[in-house]
Write a protein that binds this ligand. Structure first.
Ligand SMILES: NC(=O)c1ccc[n+]([C@@H]2O[C@H](COP(=O)([O-])OP(=O)(O)OC[C@H]3O[C@@H](n4cnc5c(N)ncnc54)[C@H](OP(=O)(O)O)[C@@H]3O)[C@@H](O)[C@H]2O)c1
Length: 259
């Protein structure tokens, strides 16, 4: 096995920055995605992609843990940096963590808060009507910039200090969804409105990409964040030496997506 890293989900929000970060250090990074001809659920394709690879960066591209043991079995003995979730204990993310622990001691789990990229889902409403309809506008989230997740992942993939460790990583502050919309407005120079979406309507929207169980859990969670904001950690800065990027920065970085 060589010094190469297989970056599963290497064309996605986080993975593309992991590929860039490794290559900037002169390291070999092999992006894997279905469009580039590699499906992680296809054992021979995964085995071929892992040939000569010592380290794996993993996002889990499924909504259940059904394939966790099958996929993880191919990681035996390798270093694995896995993007789990802050709520790992209650979802499929924890099943994937357990499957990885079974096959290697050389793991690092990143448990991020919600991704700032989730709010790209508001782009069409902003472009069409300068309005965002959403449930729980007062929900305060410590959304994390995809570049910060990638930066922490690159540190974990290239050093020895993070083996066997779980890092809870978040943005630098918890801010309300209404404030996030205002920050997008500032980034694109438009006044944006926020309208509270009734729960039933929001549930239908979430069901477009998830199961009923997931939708109900997500809606309950967002409601709870109105009174109990998501936690904030300083782990991004502790690992990378740079403070986590704020949501206003993220909105400026993605202004073109909302214009
Ligand atoms: N959104 C959140 O708030 C949040 C919070 C915590 C954790 N997470 C976790 O973060 C992960 C998503 O990361 P992301 O935003 O960087 O992903 P993303 O932008 O949605 O990209 C997904 C990547 O995976 C690839 N992919 C999809 N299915 C694949 C398959 N069967 N085999 C190989 N590659 C496949 C995609 O390319 P192709 O389509 O070409 O295959 C793409 O490169 C998920 O595991 C999610 O559970 C998300």
């Amino acid at each position: 096995m060589g010094e190469s890293t297989l970056v599963i989900g290497g064309t996605g929000n986080i993975g593309r920055h992991v590929v860039d970060g490794l290559r900037e250090q002169g390291l070999e990074a092999r992006p894997m995605s279905r469009r580039s001809g590699g499906d992680v659920s296809d054992p021979p394709a995964l085995a071929a992609a892992l040939d000569g690879v010592d380290s794996v960066f993993l996002i889990w591209p499924f909504m259940t843990g059904e394939l966790a043991a099958q996929v993880a079995s191919q990681f035996a003995g390798r270093r694995v940096v896995y993007v789990s979730a802050m709520s790992a204990e209650s979802g499929f993310w924890g099943e994937v963590e357990a499957a990885i622990r079974e096959v290697t001691d050389r793991w690092t789990f990143l448990r991020p808060s919600g991704f700032a990229t989730n709010t790209l889902g508001w782009a069409d409403q902003i472009k069409d009507a300068a309005t965002v309809r959403l449930p729980s506008p007062g929900a305060r989230r410590s959304l994390i910039h995809e570049r910060d997740i990638a930066d922490v992942a690159v540190h974990a993939l290239t050093g020895h200090a993070h083996l066997g460790r779980t890092h809870v990583i978040t943005g630098p502050e918890a801010i309300s969804q209404a404030a996030q919309v205002a920050m997008i407005g500032a980034a694109i120079g438009r006044d944006l409105r926020v309208e509270e979406q009734p729960r039933a309507e929001a549930r239908q929207a979430v069901l477009a990409w998830s199961s009923p169980g997931f939708a109900d859990t997500a809606l309950d969670y967002w409601e709870s964040l109105v009174h109990t904001p998501e936690p904030v950690t300083r782990t991004v800065e502790e690992v990378t030496g740079s403070p986590a990027r704020g949501y206003a920065q993220w909105a400026r970085d993605h202004a073109a997506d909302f214009s």
